[in-house]
Design a protein around this ligand. Structure first.
Ligand code: NAD
Length: 505
C-alpha cells in the first residue's frame, strides 16, 4: 500500500482511491484523514486507504450528475452506444488488471474473473448499447394503431440514478446497473461496497478514457450509512438501484418514499436445487457442487438441496465425495476452486449460523467450521442433513459455503419445500423429463428457474426476485423500462376529428 492516501498499488496496479465527481478526483471534504481501510480477505492485510464519503460528497456527486444530465440525455442514441462500446473496449484492454485487483479485494477466483466475470463486465456495456439501438429503431416495440391513431413508445431518460452495490461480485454487479442506466440516457452516482471498492475506481478511469462526458458517471466511496444513505435520500435522484441485503433495502425504501423515487431491488436468496425422481444423477451432483462457488457468497446459490427419496442415498454418496475434493486456497492460484470469505465480520456471522444449526440438531456431513489448515477467513465447504423444519439454517440466507440436504417423496412435497422461505430469487430443477420439469417449474415461486443448468444468464432475459428477494425485473427491455420515463405518443391521422375520449378502445 502506498502512504499516499490518494493512490494504492494493488497486485501491481495503481488505483486512485479518491472519489470521482464531475470528472475530477476529489478527496473527502474532511481531507486525507477521512479515509477507511480496505482489507483484503486473502490475508486480512490493509491494501488501500479509500476516501470515506459522506453527505457532502453525495451532494456534490448528485449535483454533478444533475448538471450533466441534460447533455447526456440529448446525446443521440448512436453516440451513447459508441461511448459504451468504447468503455467495453477499455474493460477488455485492462481485463487482467481488473481481475487481479478484484481478486485481491474480494477474494473471488482469479480464473473466474479472467474467463467469466470481467468479460461479462464488458458484455454488460456492449449488450445494453446494442439494445438501446434496437429500442431506438423501433425493432423491439414497433408502433401500433388504435382506430387509425398511431401509438409510438419512447424510453425517455429519467434523470440521476443512484446505484448501490455489494461486494460479492463488485464490478459485475455495478456494471449490470450502470451500463443500462447510461444507455438509457441517465447520469449515475455509484456507491461501491466498502469491502471491495477498488475496481469501481478503475472503471471511472476507463469510462473517462472512453470519452464519457464529465459528471455522467460519478463514484462516491464510503460506508453505506455515511455515503449511501444521503445519496438515496436526495430528491434529485430519480432512480435508485440497490443490490444487497434485505435490512438495507428496508432503509433505502424508507428514504425513497418521501420523494416517491422508483426503486429496483435485487436482494438475498435461499434458493432450492430440486432433484426430481427422473434426474440424471451425475448432472445433479455437478450442479450441487457448483453451489459452493465463490464460497457460497452468491445471491443465486441453490443452497437448499432437495432430493427425491429414491435417489437420496446414491446422490449423497457421490455429492459428498465430490464436495470433499473441492480445493480451497489462495484465489490467485488458477488451481483453486474456492477462496476465503470476504471479511472477519462476515466470517464470524457464517460461524454463528453453523454453530446454531448444530445446536438446533442439524448434522454436518461435511465441513462444519473454519478451515484451520489455511487459517484466516477460510471456511470449509459444509453440508448439513437433518435440519429441523422451520429452523434458521433452512430459512435464512447464510451467504457462505453452507448447504443443507432434505429429501421428499412427491412433487407436491418438493414444491412446498422449495417455496418454503420468504425468498424467491431462483430455483434449479434437475429432471430427465421436460414435461415433468415444466409441471414442477410452473408451481415454483422464483424470478428464474433453471432446468438442468445453473447460472445461465442472458442479459436480455428478465432478472429479479419474488418476495424478499427484491422488487422489479431488469435485463433487456425490462432494464430500459426501469431506467426510463416510458412515454406513449398517440397521434391522430391527418384531418381526423378525434372521437370523444370515452369512445376510445
Ligand atoms: P449490504 O446491504 O450490507 O450492502 C450493500 C451496499 O449497500 C453496500 O454498498 C453498502 O455500503 C450499502 N449500504 C449499506 N447500508 C446502507 C444504507 N443505509 N443506505 C444506503 N446504502 C447502504 O449487503 P452486502 O452484505 O454488501 O451484500 C450481500 C447481500 O447482497 C446478500 O443478501 C446477497 O444475497 C445480496 N445480493 C443480491 C444479488 C441479486 O442480484 N439479487 C446479487 C448479489 C448480492
Amino acid at each position: 500500500m502506498s502512504d499516499d492516501t490518494a493512490t494504492a498499488t494493488v497486485e501491481g496496479v495503481e488505483v486512485d482511491t479518491r472519489h470521482w465527481i464531475g470528472g475530477r478526483r476529489v478527496a473527502s471534504v474532511d481531507g486525507p484523514a477521512s479515509t477507511f481501510e480496505d482489507v483484503s480477505p486473502l490475508d486480512e492485510a490493509t491494501i488501500a486507504r479509500v476516501a470515506r464519503g459522506g453527505a457532502a460528497e453525495a451532494e456534490a456527486a448528485v449535483s454533478a450528475a444533475a448538471d450533466a444530465f441534460p447533455g447526456w440525455a440529448r446525446t443521440p442514441a448512436a453516440e451513447r452506444a459508441e461511448v459504451l462500446h468504447r468503455i467495453a473496449d477499455g474493460v477488455e484492454k485492462r481485463l487482467e488488471e481488473l481481475a487481479r485487483v478484484e481478486t485481491r479485494d474480494n477474494g473471488s477466483l482469479i480464473r473466474s474473473h479472467r474467463r467469466g466475470v470481467m468479460p461479462r463486465v464488458a458484455m454488460n456495456f456492449r449488450f445494453f448499447a446494442d439494445h438501446l439501438l434496437r429500442l431506438d429503431s423501433g425493432d423491439v416495440h414497433p408502433d401500433f394503431m388504435t382506430r387509425g391513431h398511431r401509438n409510438h413508445v419512447t424510453w425517455d431518460p429519467a434523470g440521476v440514478t443512484a446505484i448501490i452495490t455489494p461486494w460479492n461480485a463488485p464490478l459485475m454487479l455495478a456494471t449490470w446497473r450502470i451500463a443500462p442506466a447510461l444507455a438509457a440516457g441517465n447520469t449515475v452516482v455509484a456507491k461501491p461496497p466498502e469491502w471491495a471498492p477498488l475496481t469501481a475506481s478503475l472503471l471511472a478511469d476507463i469510462a473517462a478514457e472512453a470519452g464519457l462526458p464529465d459528471g455522467v458517471l460519478n463514484v462516491v466511496q464510503g460506508l453505506g450509512t455515511e455515503a449511501g444513505a444521503p445519496l438515496v435520500a436526495d430528491p434529485r435522484v430519480r432512480r435508485i438501484c440497490f443490490t444487497g441485503s434485505v435490512p438495507t433495502a428496508r432503509s433505502i425504501a424508507a428514504s425513497a418514499a418521501p420523494n416517491v423515487t422508483p426503486t429496483s431491488f435485487e436482494l438475498g436468496g435461499k434458493s432450492p436445487l430440486v432433484v426430481l425422481d427422473d434426474a440424471d444423477l451425475d448432472l445433479a451432483v455437478t450442479l450441487a457442487v457448483e453451489q459452493f462457488d465463490n464460497s457460497g457468497q452468491v445471491c443465486l446459490a441453490a443452497v437448499r438441496i432437495l432430493v427425491h427419496s429414491s435417489l437420496h442415498d446414491a446422490f449423497m454418496a457421490r455429492f459428498l465425495e465430490r464436495a470433499g475434493q473441492i480445493r480451497q486456497g489462495d484465489p490467485r492460484d488458477e488451481a483453486t476452486d474456492i477462496g476465503p470469505l470476504i471479511a472477519r465480520r462476515h466470517f464470524e456471522r457464517v460461524c454463528g449460523f453453523v454453530e446454531r444449526a448444530v445446536a438446533d440438531g442439524a448434522t454436518p456431513l461435511l465441513g462444519g467450521g473454519p478451515n484451520t489448515d489455511l487459517g484466516g477467513l477460510y471456511f470449509r465447504p459444509t453440508v448439513f442433513a437433518g435440519a429441523a423444519p422451520g429452523s434458521e439454517i433452512l430459512c435464512e440466507e447464510v451467504f457462505g459455503p453452507v448447504l443443507t440436504v432434505q429429501s421428499f417423496d412427491t412433487d407436491a412435497q418438493a414444491v412446498a419445500l422449495a417455496n418454503g422461505t420468504d425468498y424467491g430469487l431462483a430455483a434449479t430443477l434437475v429432471s430427465g423429463d421436460p414435461e415433468h420439469a415444466q409441471r414442477v417449474s410452473a408451481q415454483l415461486s422464483a424470478g428464474t428457474v433453471w432446468v438442468n443448468c445453473f447460472f445461465v444468464r442472458d442479459l436480455g432475459a428478465p432478472f429479479g426476485g419474488n418476495g424478499r428477494s427484491g422488487i422489479g425485473r431488469e435485463g433487456g427491455t425490462w432494464s430500459f423500462d426501469f431506467y426510463s420515463d416510458v412515454k406513449n405518443t398517440c397521434t391522430a391521422p391527418n384531418g381526423w376529428t378525434t372521437p370523444p375520449a370515452w369512445a376510445q378502445g
